[in-house]
Design a binder for this molecule. Structure first.
Ligand code: EPZ
Length: 417
């Protein structure tokens, strides 16, 4: 029935194993199109966005099948270079097919990926990259075509902003280009390093992995490969913040703790005890009640915008006033209105939100409008007195394999209706 019901006020306790990363799976699936062969992705999360991307690849002529946590992509035959609007408009990451189709067959046509509830999300930086690599960008009636009469030509590229998607698209366009591309001003999110490692394992030549400057030497072809995806740092961070809001005591396992440095620093400021292990974070949030005077979202390694809503929910229960500044997306405070229905006092002024704290959230009926805000509302339900129903739970399935399974495993009273 596209809704989740929770009963709150239960401290989350126990441990949870974290799924594979959505924001690594999607670029790696797009990258598989560069290769006339087979790509096997292990620990591929079973989420709607992977299903949508699988349908996009099938629409291009790829064969895609799932065996449990493994996705097998056979991209030997491509029958199209136009990405089907039906799925492309649902999935921002469809824009990454531009780079891989250009690299594979010299042409790509996609519907405008369009904005979404968190912001306009233009693709100007992506298009600038393709023009610098020698492609022609043609706005068309229903979308955008990018065409290269000859093989893409490596060049020196400077990104005006460390856009995750534009960095990924530049890598995808450069891997099979003629010559060498030096990409400056790259985003350094862990998912980009994952894409580089994945491509190098297939025979690409990318140097500077994890840094703001990448050097990509074009190769003529790639090879079959099997790859195990990194864990999803945003899912892990979501569960840590949800547990902190209930003053719980949990361990998130099977993760790369170094990917969550900005979050663990904030959690420690609230009074939570945080222990970092090799592949886990153990947190006792019994004393996590301090407000955080000011947090800004920033490109990695700064505080991730994808955990901003979840932090806002936690701060409604802090013993004082906190302030969040959202620097990446222009409308990512949508859940403030829903939290006010639960008794929160949140003042939004442009890109800043002041959360009064000292509020005991009260259960109620709230509506998810996008992925991370939806997950944050579930966390609000776990903190609240009484029962909460979160409408629009399909948004959450885009990025969380089974949020009810994971949170009930930590003792939450939660179920899908
Ligand atoms: C990726 O989106 C993630 N998605 C987002 O996660 C994440 O919030 C974002 O990076 C920032 O970390 C995936 O990886 C699939 P950007 P992306 O290009 O690549 C502006 C989630 O919940 N911009 O770094 O689209 C843009 O409007 C999702 O998992 C331009 O102006 O993010 C935004 O304000 C949500 N022109 C800012 O840059 C461009 O050409 C950051 O966008 C491109 C971006």
């Amino acid at each position: 029935m596209d809704r989740i019901q929770t009963r709150g006020n239960i401290p989350l306790c126990g441990e949870v194993i974290i799924q594979g990363s959505k924001n690594a799976a999607l670029p790696l699936m797009a990258a598989a199109v560069l290769h006339r062969g087979t790509t096997v992705l292990h620990r591929c999360p079973q989420i709607l966005d992977v299903e949508y991307m699988s349908e996009i690849l099938r629409g291009l002529g790829c064969m895609v099948r799932r065996e449990g946590g493994t996705l097998i992509i056979d991209a030997r035959e491509l029958s199209a270079f136009c990405v089907a609007p039906q799925f492309a408009t649902m999935l921002r990451a469809s824009v990454l097919l531009m780079g891989s189709l250009l690299g594979r067959c010299g042409c790509a046509r996609l519907p405008y990926p369009g904005g979404c509830t968190i912001g306009q999300r233009p693709i100007d930086l992506h298009l600038q990259v393709f023009e610098r690599l020698g492609a022609v960008v043609c706005p068309e009636e229903k979308g955008i075509g990018v065409y290269a009469d000859t093989q893409l030509q490596g060049c020196n590229l400077q990104l005006a902003f460390p856009s995750v998607g534009a960095t990924e698209n530049a890598i995808l366009g450069a891997v099979l280009a003629k010559g060498t591309t030096v990409l400056e001003g790259c985003a350094t999110e862990p998912e980009i390093a994952e894409l580089c490692r994945f491509l190098n394992q297939k025979g690409a030549r990318i140097e500077g992995i994890g840094r703001r400057r990448l050097t990509i030497t074009g190769v003529t072809c790639l090879q079959d490969s099997q790859y195990t995806l990194m864990p999803d740092r945003i899912v892990a961070g979501t569960y840590l913040l949800a547990a902190a809001g209930t003053r719980g005591n949990i361990s998130v396992r099977g993760i790369c703790p170094g990917h969550l440095g900005a979050l663990t620093a904030v959690l420690q400021k609230t009074g939570a005890e945080v222990k970092i292990l090799r592949d886990a974070i153990c947190m006792n949030a019994g004393e996590a009640h301090l407000p955080v005077p000011s947090v800004q979202t920033e490109p990695y390694p700064g505080f991730p915008t994808d955990l901003q809503s979840q932090l806002m929910v936690f701060l409604t229960g802090a013993d004082g006033e906190s302030r969040i500044e959202e620097r990446l997306f222009e409308s990512r405070f949508l859940i403030a209105e829903e939290l006010r229905k639960m008794g929160a006092e949140i003042a939004v002024d442009g890109q800043s939100a002041v959360i009064k704290g000292k509020n005991r959230l009260k259960g109620g009926i709230v509506r998810a409008q996008e992925l991370r805000g939806g997950a944050a509302l579930v966390a609000a339900g776990l903190m609240a007195e009484g029962e909460t129903v979160i409408l629009g739970s399909h948004f959450i399935k885009r990025g969380y394999e089974d949020i009810c399974r994971d949170l009930s495993g930590l003792g939450a009273d939660i179920k899908e209706l």
